[in-house]
Write a protein that binds this ligand. Structure first.
Ligand code: FES
Length: 71
């Protein structure tokens, strides 16, 4: 499902950014994928997907991300 229509970013792209690129905050997500850099309407949804992905990574101890955004 698309989270950010302006940049064409999907949930799976956000999860991949967390697990493969070590993205750990909305700021990093914006920098890497462009999420929330235009209209900004996706910021809340993007943060939710990000936090879910970070939780999954923490639970499985699989991606070594910082938990900056999860706090
Ligand atoms: Fe993400 Fe507009 S929907 S910046």
């Amino acid at each position: 499902m698309y989270v950010c229509l302006c940049k064409g970013v999907t949930c799976s792209a956000i999860r991949s950014a967390v697990s493969e690129q070590g993205v750990g905050s909305l700021r990093e997500l914006s920098r890497n994928l462009g999420v929330a850099t235009q209209c900004g309407k996706c910021a809340h949804s993007a943060r939710q997907v990000l936090n879910e992905a970070l939780g999954a990574c923490t639970a499985t101890n699989g991606c070594g991300t910082s938990n900056e955004a999860a706090a």
